[in-house]
Write a protein that binds this ligand. Structure first.
Ligand code: AHG
Ligand code: MN
Ligand code: MN
Length: 345
């Protein structure tokens, strides 16, 4: 307790106290993740002063240009989480292969996946970025021989998911399957303090988020949904809608957790032509965010199935993502169902 305030460490310890057979491993792992996010937050805050802005001149496994901060944040996560003995391996959007815990350190029972810097195209223009992470149990033999296979578990198996948002304040939002709680970093004492207990997404919304520059490539159900939003009061919905697109999923999800909304990065014809199922990554972005959104009472779907039930077929698999306020996500899923039924008839 910090002058009547609950720190993230206290919150996690108290939450874990109720779990039978808890060894403290998980609490300690989360502590290391929190430290990594505080380091990244500090670097992002100092930006040009510490020379971390700009391009790295390299590409990641998906062929995306890497920023210097993508690589630095990835390294911060590896160094913070490799030594303590809680993990068997880590996997990240910025690494081609799984990172087994080096032999000089003890190996533990958990796996960690992360997107070290989400929305990194925004870093040079000083717009919010974030970090997304997910913790899985290491199945069977995976502890001795960690490989990509151990990670290929559906999102329903996640033990914990969270994100750090580096915005006007730095925040950490977490779920361990027991609701969603938000913490704000008090820079003076260097601690995250519980400020947003039991976050909840309203079931209805009049705000949508999508990159409209892809409109001509969208499938019919997404076009229909967005057309109806844009038609506002005069259209089928009889309501005016507002639109946002930050291009940082962390910031969009945080807005949705705060005031509701729907976020879409759907499958489109351009992706189909490239044989890709989506833009966002299942293991590092879609699953952790889906866990958080569902725990806050929202929904998360590809348009055709619940994201958390997808059995992953590859570490870097991409999926369509439609998440947020339950009734709107269900409406978009209904439009997909209707179109697919018409196509099959
Ligand atoms: P990342 O910076 O980790 O590659 O993720 C960016 C993601 C996501 O955060 C955002 O919603 C989306 O890509 C933005 O895509 P567009 O640039 O196509 O709008
Ligand atoms: Mn990302
Ligand atoms: Mn990223």
């Amino acid at each position: 307790m910090q002058n009547g305030r609950t720190t993230i460490t206290q919150f996690i310890i108290e939450e874990q106290r109720h779990i039978k057979d808890a060894t403290g491993d998980f609490t300690s792992l989360l502590n290391d993740i929190v430290t990594a996010c505080k380091v990244i937050s500090d670097l992002v805050n100092h930006g040009a002063l510490v020379g971390v802005l700009g391009a790295a001149g390299t590409e990641n496994v998906q062929g995306e240009d890497q920023k210097k901060m993508d690589i630095i944040s990835n390294d911060v996560f590896l160094r913070s989480n490799e030594w303590a003995g809680h993990l068997a391996a880590m996997a990240s959007e910025e690494m081609d292969e799984v990172y087994p815990i080096p032999a000089k350190y003890p190996r533990g029972k958990y796996l960690l996946t992360f997107d070290p810097l989400d929305g990194s195209s925004n870093i040079d223009v000083n717009v919010s970025v974030g970090t997304i992470f997910s913790i899985l149990r290491c199945p069977g033999e995976c502890k001795d021989k960690p490989s990509a296979d151990g990670f290929l578990q559906p999102g329903t198996e996640q033990v914990c998911a969270g994100y750090a948002l580096y915005g006007p304040s730095t925040m950490m939002v977490l779920t361990t399957g027991n609701g969603v709680n938000g913490f704000t970093l008090d820079q003076n004492i260097g601690e995250f303090v519980l400020t947003h207990p039991d976050m909840n997404i309203p079931e209805d919304t009049r705000e949508f988020a999508i990159n409209a520059s892809n409109m001509r490539h969208w499938e019919a159900p997404v076009k229909r949904y967005v057309d109806e939003c844009l038609a506002g009061k005069d259209g089928a919905r009889s309501e005016d809608f507002n639109m946002r697109w930050i291009a940082s999923m962390v910031a969009e999800v945080h807005r949705i957790l705060t005031r509701g909304g729907i976020f879409m990065y759907p499958l489109d014809e351009k992706m189909k032509a490239k044989d890709t199922a989506g833009k966002l990554r299942l293991m590092y972005e879609a699953n952790p965010m889906s866990f958080i959104v569902e725990q806050a009472g929202g929904s998360s779907s590809t348009g055709r199935e619940r994201i958390m039930e997808i059995k992953p077929d590859g570490l870097h698999q991409r999926v369509p993502v439609i998440l947020g306020s339950k009734n709107e996500v269900e409406q978009v899923a209904r439009y997909h169902k209707e179109m697919d039924a018409d196509a099959a008839a």
